[in-house]
Design a protein around this ligand. Structure first.
Ligand code: ADP
Ligand code: ZN
Ligand code: ZN
Length: 732
């Protein structure tokens, strides 16, 4: 009899241990397969973690161990779902992010293979019937059968059965001239595109490629201004690595961007697999299997593609490494950059982080020599950067009665482009949808006295709150700086801008692209295609439109209100603002037309806005580092965000203070700062109240040990739950 130690599908801390089941059948069972098991009167999935033989029968065994051991219901997989490398990766992730192994497995696998009961109703392997010749003799065939046989013979390969419309097929099968067999279908098919010649790399590009391929370093930061040809470097390096017989993983941050990258790679490499959230469950399953079977050695995808089961991995490329989408914002809260380093440790592959606006964490590591720092300093063709103008929305010279959203100059420029039949991009960062208060007269933004980030206006209670430390005060009547009573509540999104554009330019064709629109399958691709075919004059959108796209006819980019991201209650507000505006401006004038950009803001002297208008990363970096140091934010510290939740608010608050006391005792003398409790942006989720605590610290190891202990304690409580977000992207 076999004893199977399985992890069950519930990843909660209290059930995060192996459970023993017996297997009396005669199949061979491996570590890493799924089994169906009885658990608390339910049928659930178990993931086999260990298998061993015992000589006793079930009754004897139960008596020996002294507890109930049940039989499994059935075995689901023939072969393990993971190779050793991915099992090791899962272990590392679970240890680093303090989450259950089963939750990591669930994250790593496509829906059809997840160790979860829901996987059983997900798509299975799809087959189609094929016809193949086994004997080409035409002896004693009817004329119709002969002609079909000859036709099949001329094809020289199996053909789909449903494409043969004649009844002669039946005869050929009976007379044993052809056989019918089942063949797996790949549900996902890329459109065919034309092959494109490799470009000859310029000097900077070839030096970068050479370093990546030939130096002994493992991890690289490829920093290059927008349009400097980073993608061409990726293509070149990928080709070399593939030629060496190794595989390549290329990650892109947004679904909106994958289409473009796929096309670029597909134009050079025929055989690649694609993994991103727009694929159907069946398509994901097929692509995943193709990769696992080794049929492809190049994968392009979004965040979860970092778990692609490529063997013999030689290179991981993370494009736009600073992107927020690389961090998963629910358990296990992993970050692609971190996971790529773990994979690199395991299989010794190279990692290239690429960006025009690297995250500060990555940039600092590159400057310290932990990553090999490579730069592309020139745009291809030495093309000029767009001419950029910052428009002060507080200055009455720039605005008039019509300026609800647009300054005089931006309106004029849009009108001018519409007349010239050139296109316009308007960037609105709706993710920054927090209403904050600023002075109409002097532009002063009301901020938290502790954290120096804008306070969020809560309409119902008429208060201003800090979403970071919990500080709050009553809504103010006048500007604390200049005493003007004219205060503006700012916080608008793409929809509002779309309405205003329609009002001002009723004849222009206008489209909006944000995550609401993007949720509908193929919407993103359709809108981007139409824009690129110049069927749309004005494209309004969030960061989705800011990055990566090449639109030849776009000569004007308008940043509608740069302050929307600046007002985010996050230590990253400056970084996000800088990256977003820099990328957006890079969209203007990509071919031979010179581009222009207008940045509207209430804070024309803000360093992030100013630096982005000149695409001056260095200036931004230096200024931002000073601020981070002052507030002891990353990269000077590490962060962990704890979220406690409970059905009852009073119990929640009790637990929150229990946790604070516990941590204070544990962290005595250890220089761990506990910030909060504060209210998360979504205060109540699925009927549970929530509170955040933020930990800031310099030494990771001690904190992890304490958090493990805390997790253990909370997991035994039934009245509250704890989620641990290691290295949160934001601190609120
Ligand atoms: P980035 O990713 O750095 O923003 P891209 O890789 O998209 O820049 O390159 C910008 C443009 O320059 C693209 O149209 C690309 O085809 C072109 N390009 C890149 N490298 C070369 C080269 N060596 N020779 C000619 N054109 C190039
Ligand atoms: Zn605060
Ligand atoms: Zn003022």
């Amino acid at each position: 009899m076999l004893i199977l130690e399985v992890l069950i599908e519930y990843g909660t801390a209290s059930l995060n241990r192996p459970f023993s089941y017996a297997y009396l059948g005669d199949l061979s069972i491996f570590k890493g397969v799924r089994v169906l098991v009885p658990f608390a009167n339910k049928r659930i999935i178990g993931f086999v973690n260990r298998v061993y033989k015992v000589s006793e029968n079930l009754e004897e065994y139960k008596r020996k161990v002294g507890f109930e051991v049940k039989e499994i219901i059935s075995v689901i997989d023939e072969k393990p779902l993971f190779n050793d490398e991915l099992l090791e990766l899962a272990n590392k992730i679970s240890a680093y992010y303090l989450c259950s192994l089963i939750s990591v497995y669930q994250t790593m696998l496509p829906p059809s293979l997840k160790p979860k009961i829901s996987s059983l109703s997900k798509p299975k392997i799809a087959y189609e019937l094929m016809v193949e010749i086994i004997n080409d003799s035409t002896l004693d065939l009817t004329p119709k059968q002969t002609s079909l046989l000859l036709e099949l013979k001329s094809l020289n390969k199996p053909i789909k059965k449903n494409t043969i419309k004649t009844t002669a097929l039946k005869g050929l099968i009976e007379k044993k001239r052809v056989r019918v067999f089942k063949q797996e279908i790949t549900r996902f098919q890329l459109e065919d595109i034309e092959y494109e010649e490799e470009k000859k790399l310029n000097e900077e590009q070839s030096e970068a490629a050479k370093q990546i391929l030939e130096s002994n370093d493992k991890v690289f930061l490829l920093e290059g201004v927008t349009g400097s040809g980073k993608t061409e470097v990726y293509l070149h390096v990928a080709k070399e690595v593939l030629n060496r017989g190794q595989s390549v993983l290329m990650l892109v941050p947004e679904i909106a961007l994958t289409a473009k990258t796929i096309r670029q790679f597909q134009a050079r490499f025929k055989n690649l697999a694609v993994l991103h959230s727009e694929l159907s469950d069946g398509e994901k399953y097929d692509e995943y299997r193709r990769i696992a079977k080794g049929e492809v050695n190049l994968v392009i995808g979004a965040r979860s593609a970092i778990f692609a089961p490529l063997k013999n991995l030689g290179l991981i490329i993370i494009d736009e490494e600073h992107s927020e989408t690389y961090k998963q914002d629910n358990a296990p809260f992993y970050h692609v950059n971190k996971v790529s380093l773990m994979r690199s440790e395991i299989c010794n592959c190279k990692v290239v982080f690429g960006s025009a606006t690297p995250s500060l964490e990555t940039r600092v590591r590159a400057m310290r020599g932990i990553y090999h720092h490579l730069r592309l300093t020139r745009r291809i063709n030495n093309q000029d950067l767009p001419h950029t103008e910052i428009v002060d929305m507080v200055n009455s010279k720039n605005i008039d009665r019509e300026s609800v959203i647009f300054s005089k100059i931006l309106r004029e420029k849009i009108k001018d482009r519409l007349q010239k039949k050139e296109q316009v991009i308007l960037l609105v960062n709706r993710r920054g949808y927090f209403t904050y208060i600023s002075c109409r007269k002097c532009g002063h933004v009301i901020k938290c006295p502790e954290c120096d980030i804008p306070l969020t206006y809560h309409h119902q209670e008429q208060i201003l709150k800090c979403h970071h430390c919990g500080y709050e005060k009553e809504m103010i009547e006048e500007c604390p700086k200049c005493h003007s009573p004219y205060l503006s509540k700012t916080g608008f999104g793409t929809e509002r801008v779309e309405k205003e554009v329609a009002r001002l330019f009723p004849d222009a064709k206008c489209a909006r692209l944000d995550s609401d629109v993007g949720r509908l399958k193929n919407n993103i691709k359709r809108i981007l295609d139409e824009f690129s075919e110049q069927k749309i004059d004005i494209l309004i959108g969030t960061q989705m439109i800011a990055k990566g796209h090449d639109f030849e006819n776009v000569t004007l980019v308008g940043v509608v209100l740069a302050d929307l991201t600046l007002a985010l209650p996050s230590y990253r507000a400056g970084e996000k603002t800088f990256a977003l505006i820099t990328q957006a401006i890079g969209r203007a004038g990509r071919k031979d037309k010179v581009g222009e950009a207008i940045i509207q803001t209430n804070n024309p002297t803000n360093y992030a806005i100013y630096a982005s208008s000149t695409q001056d990363y260095e200036r931004f970096f230096n200024e931002e580092m000073i601020r981070r140091k002052l507030h002891q934010d990353p990269p000077f510290t590490y962060l962990t965000l704890l979220t406690l939740s409970a059905v009852k608010e009073d119990i929640l608050m009790e637990r929150v203070y229990d946790v604070i006391s516990f941590l204070e005792v544990k962290f005595e003398n250890k220089k761990v700062l506990i910030v909060g409790p504060s209210e998360p942006f979504i205060l109540c989720l699925n009927g549970r109240y929530r509170r955040n605590l933020l930990l800031k610290y310099k030494i990771e190891k001690e904190v992890k040990t304490v958090l493990e202990e805390l997790n253990e304690i909370i997991s035994k409580r039934s009245d509250c739950t704890l989620s641990i977000n290691i290295d949160p992207y934001d601190d609120y």
